[in-house]
Design a protein around this ligand. Structure first.
Ligand SMILES: O=C(O)[C@@H](CO)OP(=O)(O)O
Ligand SMILES: [Mn+2]
Ligand SMILES: [Mn+2]
Length: 549
């Protein structure tokens, strides 16, 4: 590692702060970042070395600039300093080129069903959000299964409303039902078997609430739960019983035949494909299917199936062993570079974002690079709806960062304040405004401490969310909810650029933003971190955002 000639860093710590889901959007009544009390962020935007960064689309390895950013691709880009083609793109290409279907895993699962006359199950998120999954991938696999002789298939659909409009589930269910009917018309037996809201069943992450996975297991595998004649009937019934419910929180359901028997339990000998490409919310259900020594809940029955993930969700532990598309092999990350060069590192967030600053940050690896040099800390998240406690664990995370630096004198810290994103996803603009104000207050306290320690802070976000809390049409006008006539809440991420600020109280014009970097994005941050530590960044990374005078 080569020292920079013109800058040797500061004596104190370097702290990188991710304000999850806090981007810079249009200053209107739907922008909770604009509406919040943010004296600290405002001052950073005005008085520090500052620019805005692209955090969506091709800047983070997604198929197109119409794709909003998300935590996985955002933290991968920040933590690796590189742009990798991401799951959404790799899977889309593997299906359109048909390459996926020539692979060993697809063939093994398919043959298993054809030769033994068993059922092929598909479990995953049913939408075109392209954050965890895409419905086109599912439809493509169903078509191929049918063409290649699979007689019976069942879909277990997780309803979205978090990466897409909050009450759009029926649109995707209808699209799927049409496709299944077409296939079944030629004498096959393809049906929806079970489902429920993605924040109610199956897609838990980071061990926050295993009960969610248990609820999913009951309807998908055991076929036990409230039974309806179709997914549509289930959704319509739930909505009539609770008119305020949004898709991500819909209860679970089983589809039954005329006798009320579940149409799609998962049995010994079946094949199961979990069709999400993103790993955080796929790992737990995958473990429930594949682990022999599983003890997170009583599975009652553990069917012997051939199970494959759309991707391998963790390469180190080979979770799962069988997968359809090779994930991006993210190498030479910032964490690894700092560990190799003997810098101490601290990573912290609350449960909901803990894996973001560890697993995603390190290129989707669950482990550390150096036990001696790295400390990872998780603050347990509240288990109430986040709009009820919008301050979440921002204060506790701040306390822990300060305590850790006091104790270990850690050189590089990364932390994630979950609030803007987790509360933003509820669609509650009042709570989200409070959540962003709470983060700003904690950030202020943290910056004061960093000033005292003669350090530097980098403050940025991984993608937008809180910056647009009402849906807009293609012309940018607010959309109204058909029933309430109020503005329609928006629960998904946004396409807006994110802030990037260097808080450096000892700044004496040694560096400035490098405007030669044309399309500034999240992948330019890692090199900037290394520069601010006083060193040259590795050549394979995207260029630094700063130049030295
Ligand atoms: O909650 C999640 O899984 C996603 C949205 O689908 O959000 P984030 O990328 O911020 O984790
Ligand atoms: Mn995020
Ligand atoms: Mn999010």
């Amino acid at each position: 590692m080569k020292a920079l000639e013109k800058f040797s860093g500061r004596t104190g710590p370097l702290v990188l702060v991710v304000l999850d889901g806090v981007a810079i959007g249009k200053e209107d009544e739907g922008n909770a970042v604009f509406l919040a009390q943010t004296p600290v962020l405002n001052s950073l935007r005005k008085n520090s070395v500052y620019c805005e960064l692209q955090a969506h689309g091709t800047a983070v390895g997604l198929p197109s600039d119409k794709d909003m950013g998300n935590s996985e691709v955002g933290h991968n880009a920040i933590g690796s300093g590189q742009i990798y083609d991401q799951g959404a793109k790799l899977v889309g290409e593997a299906i359109s080129s048909q390459q996926m279907f020539r692979g060993d895993t697809w063939q093994e699962l398919r043959k298993n069903c054809v030769e033994n006359d068993t059922c092929m199950h598909f479990i995953g998120l049913l939408s075109d959000g392209n954050v965890h999954s895409h419905i086109d991938h599912l439809l493509g696999m169903l078509t191929k299964a049918h063409e290649e002789g699979v007689k019976k298939a069942r879909v277990h659909c997780l309803l979205d409303g978090r990466d897409v409009s909050e009450t759009s589930a029926l649109k995707y269910v209808e699209q799927l039902e049409n496709h299944l009917q077409q296939i079944s018309a030629s004498g096959n037996d393809y049906k929806i078997a079970s489902g429920g809201g993605r924040m109610y069943i199956t897609m838990d992450r980071y061990g926050a609430d295993w009960e969610m996975v248990n609820r999913g297991w009951k309807v998908h595998v055991l076929g036990e739960g409230r039974t309806f004649s179709s997914a549509t009937q289930a959704i319509e019934t739930f909505r009539s019983e609770d008119p305020g419910v949004i898709d991500q929180f819909l209860p679970s359901f089983v589809v039954g035949d005329e006798n009320g028997q579940a149409v799609g339990k998962i049995n010994d000998g079946d094949s199961v494909i979990f069709f999400n490409f993103r790993g955080d919310r796929a790992i737990e259900i995958t473990q429930a299917f594949t682990s022999e020594s599983f003890d997170k809940f009583d599975r009652v029955r553990h069917p012997k199936v051939k199970y494959a993930g759309m991707m391998q969700y963790d390469g180190d532990s080979k979770t799962p062993e069988l997968f359809l598309v090779q994930p991006p092999l993210i190498r030479n990350t910032l964490g690894e570079f700092l560990a190799k060069n003997n810098f101490s590192q601290f990573a912290i967030s609350e449960t909901q974002k803990y894996g973001h600053v560890t697993y995603f940050w390190n290129g989707n690896r669950l482990g550390k690079f150096s036990d001696a040099l790295e400390i990872y800390q998780e603050i347990p998240s509240d288990s109430v709806p986040f709009e009820q406690r919008p301050w979440m664990k921002a204060a506790e995370i701040t306390d822990a960062v300060i305590e850790n630096i006091e104790k270990h004198n850690t050189k590089f810290t990364r932390l994630n304040y979950a609030n803007g994103d987790m509360v933003g996803h509820t669609g509650d603009i009042t709570a989200t405004t409070i959540s962003v104000s709470a983060v700003d207050m904690c950030l202020g306290r943290l910056l004061k401490y960093i000033e005292k320690k003669q350090g530097i802070a980098i403050v940025l976000a991984d993608h937008g969310n809180a910056d647009e809390m009402y849906e807009k049409d293609s012309k940018g006008n607010f959309v109204h909810n058909e029933i309430t006539q109020k503005l329609k809440n928006k629960t998904s991420h946004t396409l807006n650029p994110v802030p990037f600020a260097i808080f450096d109280p000892q700044y004496n014009n040694e560096y400035k933003i490098n405007d030669d970097v044309q399309k500034k994005g999240l992948s330019n941050v890692a090199a900037t971190v290394v520069n601010l530590l006083g060193y040259e960044a590795p050549n394979e990374w995207q260029p630094s955002l700063i130049v030295f005078e």
